[in-house]
Design a protein around this ligand. Structure first.
Ligand code: GAL
Length: 520
């Protein structure tokens, strides 16, 4: 009886899929499972990593401490598995292997970050650590030899502890220190690096680290520090952009931009006006706050965000808005400071309006936004609780960005990927990449969005911030019990290599054990 109903179930699903194929997608996916749309030859396919998550060698060869080193040594229970980044995947010593892995995938671009305290151990440019400089120069040389273009992030969250001790990004002086650091990095590596992103994910960094205590520095300056952090990071980014533009670009002829992040937000009930407004407010508070000053024609914070935080601050009795104000000169200085729109995207939420939810603090970014976010129970969650799989979210966020900021600069997906609990047969990851990339093809070919690159997160299983080593995002498995941190390709690596080779998605390339992974 049971097996009969299973057969019936499979038959019904197959029938549905046939309907789906014959109805909407017949022109998009051929019978043999190949997407008819393809990625242009020039499309930048790559993978991304970040220094703190892979390098290890936390105190080797003159490196200074980052705030993540210091905090995790003091608070070993901060990560769920009580681990830290001391060794991570040991890429400081194994970068050559990493580059061989990149070559085996066939990627032509590698997004990586520089550890600020490995170059400037005290954060400031009065002393440069030569061994750190040698390390990155060797990586860039090897990458170039392997015909892989480095795409380099200056700041992926590992702030030198010496600067965190001064208040980190709540301190206006950080804008100068970041510009100084950027000058050192452009001078030392700009002959080899032609694509820069200044900073990674301003929202996640400021919200998790300064509003909440989810990430280091765990400041919990809710509703206040979070906006100081956002404000001075934006100014720091803009100063680094202008520095490059004026002093380095004429000779080095590279590109420089910013990487932001967002979950897409859909109204919980699309017929409910309040839910529709809540979804838009979510996107403005999480992405618009950072994107509008840089990418909009007029610059500055979005009016919706400005008014909301100003009003909240007033009714809460604050003498001035908790969201700092840009001077007219600063608005101009920040506006237009990115050669591309770098966006990291992983998941989607369902939004509804709410003035208070359990766990919200007052004031806080959540309370200011007034959006309750949930996930559809139908969306699969293969790993961390926050990462529910909803592929159309990528197409929708790319369209939202295009509708809000136009096509002056191209969009680059600087991170996208999924975590699971580990293993080499990572069907869920294969399916995730197939489906998200398929949605990206639709955004490009059906909606006319200007998308020029895509970076999978991430090359190999790594240190995932407060999740430690418990969640796995890698195309390559890393054996963290093995002293050599042995790396092995997963099925998703083979699948990604095939996508890059053919510039198409072949939904049949990896045979899925069950139908559930396959439906578009
Ligand atoms: C991003 C972050 C990465 C990585 C990824 C997966 O927010 O930039 O460093 O951790 O999430 O959780």
């Amino acid at each position: 009886m049971q097996s009969l109903s299973r057969v019936a179930h499979v038959a019904i699903l197959a029938c549905f899929s046939l309907m789906f194929i014959t109805k909407g997608v017949s022109t998009l996916v051929s019978k043999n499972g190949l997407s008819n749309y393809s990625f242009p030859d020039k499309f930048m396919f790559g993978v991304a990593t970040a220094a703190f998550q892979i390098e290890g060698a936390w105190n080797e060869d003159g490196k200074g401490e980052s705030m993540w080193d210091t905090y995790l040594h003091k608070h070993p229970n901060f990560t769920v598995d009580h681990t830290n980044g001391d060794l991570a995947t040991d890429s400081y010593h194994k970068y050559k292997q990493d580059i061989i892995m990149l070559q085996s995938l066939g990627v032509k671009y590698y997004r990586m970050s520089i550890s600020w305290p490995r170059i400037l151990p005290n954060g400031t440019d009065h002393y440069i650590n030569k061994a750190g400089v040698r390390y990155y120069r060797k990586i860039f040389q090897e990458l170039i030899k392997a015909k892989i273009t480095p795409v380099v992030t200056l700041f992926h969250w590992d702030l030198p502890t010496a600067l965190m001790d001064l208040g980190g990004w709540t301190n206006p002086k950080m804008v100068d220190y970041f510009e100084d650091y950027a000058r050192v990095v452009f001078s030392l590596f700009g002959d080899m690096v032609k694509t820069w992103t200044t900073m990674n994910e301003l929202h996640v960094h400021c919200y998790n680290g300064y509003d909440l205590n989810a990430f280091v520095p765990a400041m919990q300056s809710h509703g206040i520090g979070v906006y100081l952090c956002s404000h001075y990071m934006l100014l720091g980014h803009a100063r680094a952009y202008h520095l490059y533009d004026k002093e380095f670009r004429p000779k080095q002829k590279g590109k420089i931009g910013l990487t932001l992040d967002v979950f897409y937000a859909e109204p919980k009930d699309s017929n409910n006006k309040e839910d529709v407004e809540a979804a838009e407010r979510y996107l403005q508070m999480h992405l618009g706050l950072y994107a509008h000053p840089v990418y909009s024609k007029e610059g500055d914070y979005p009016a919706l965000v400005r008014e909301r935080i100003d009003n909240m601050s007033r009714t809460q009795g604050y003498p001035r808005s908790r969201l700092p104000v840009f001077t007219p000169e600063e608005v101009e200085m920040v506006r237009g400071t990115s050669d591309f729109f770098g966006i990291n995207h992983y998941t989607t939420v369902l939004a509804s309006a709410s003035s208070m939810e359990p766990g919200w603090l007052v004031p806080s970014l959540d309370h200011d936004a007034g959006v309750k976010s949930e996930q559809d129970p139908k969306w699969p969650i293969p790993g961390a609780f926050w990462l529910a799989v909803y592929p159309p979210g990528l197409r929708k966020i790319v369209n939202w960005i295009t509708n809000n900021y136009g096509t002056r600069v191209p969009i680059i997906i600087t991170e996208n990927g999924v975590c699971d609990s580990g293993g080499l047969n990572d069907y869920e990851r294969v399916s995730y990449y197939n489906k998200y990339l398929y949605q990206l093809l639709l955004a490009m070919h059906e909606d006319g969005c200007r998308v020029e690159g895509y970076f999978a997160w991430t090359l190999m299983d790594d240190f995932e911030w407060s999740d430690g080593y418990t969640v796995k995002f890698g195309l390559f498995h890393v054996d963290f019990n093995h002293p050599e941190r042995k790396r092995t390709p997963k099925l998703s690596a083979l699948n990604y290599r095939e996508i890059l080779r053919t510039r198409r998605i072949n939904f049949n390339y990896i045979k899925m054990p069950s139908y559930k992974y396959n439906n578009l």
